[in-house]
Design a protein around this ligand. Sequence first.
Ligand SMILES: C[S@@+](CC[C@H](N)C(=O)[O-])C[C@H]1O[C@@H](n2cnc3c(N)ncnc32)[C@H](O)[C@@H]1O
Length: 296
Amino acid sequence: MTEHHKTSGAHSHDHADRDWDTLGTLLEQGAELHGPVHAQAAEWLRERSGGTVRRILDVGSGPGVVTCLLSRAFPDAEVVAVDGTEALLERTRARAERLGLADRVTTALTELPDGLEAVGSADLIWSSLTVHHLPDQQGAVRALARALRPGGLLAIGEGGLPMRCLPRDAGVGRPGLQARLDVAMGEMFTEMRAALPDAKEVVEDWPALLTAAGLTGAAGRTFLLDLPAPLDVTARVALRADLTRQREAAADRLDDGDLAALDRLLDPDDRAGIMRRPDVFLLSAQTFHTAVRAAG
Ligand SMILES: C[S@@+](CC[C@H](N)C(=O)[O-])C[C@H]1O[C@@H](n2cnc3c(N)ncnc32)[C@H](O)[C@@H]1O
């Protein structure tokens, strides 16, 4: 049975600088698309973890796509999805049920990082694209490190390469649209961090942050998502949803020409749009930074 813990101080939107609940479908599609990346990363962690992995925490688990992938990659382990948004944990429980993993996948409604202590310790802690949403990233890495059992492994998924899906000159608008979108999204990322209450600036040197948290043997690896053209419909739908979100978020920072080009690319009926053109591909990379808690 899927168990549902609630740790102290958790409210579904305590952490909301955005509406995670509404983003549920987008997060789910994105994580499903990145399944091959997560599978490679999980395989690397299996090699790196050495000892037996009995308990895993997926911290900032979102809709639980990766939680379930970890549960399959580590068939002897129980996996706890830890997140502050109840609607996403509900999706996680439904997914685990659908995939026949409900006996080993549980959820813990938790406000990070303070609620983490109540979730208990683990042999492997995975936290992807979440620490950067917390005001004190070094403090968050320390909290994650404290939750490791002796000999346990922490894997933080942060950084990599921005996604590419079209040629530099896609024949729609001015060449270089994706590079300009990257700049806009980068500026918004900086503003998102600055707007977090009590945000602490820190150099995002993840091996140094892991080492400062008392862990040893910091090592990183980057995994490539390489879906060549022509892309299948599922990937196009996920890509279109992601570009739609980027267009909405970056609308004030792009000129009229770029906005018009994006509108054509997002139009499902336009032959030059990403749903129909033959040259759409998907290329991106995600980096995982790992380190170990010294064995007792
Ligand atoms: C970008 S999603 C990452 C989801 C998933 N790890 C992935 O890689 O697809 C970030 C997740 O962190 C959660 N989150 C952000 N800030 C949080 C906080 N302060 N406490 C608890 N959860 C938080 C959100 O609810 C969301 O599910």
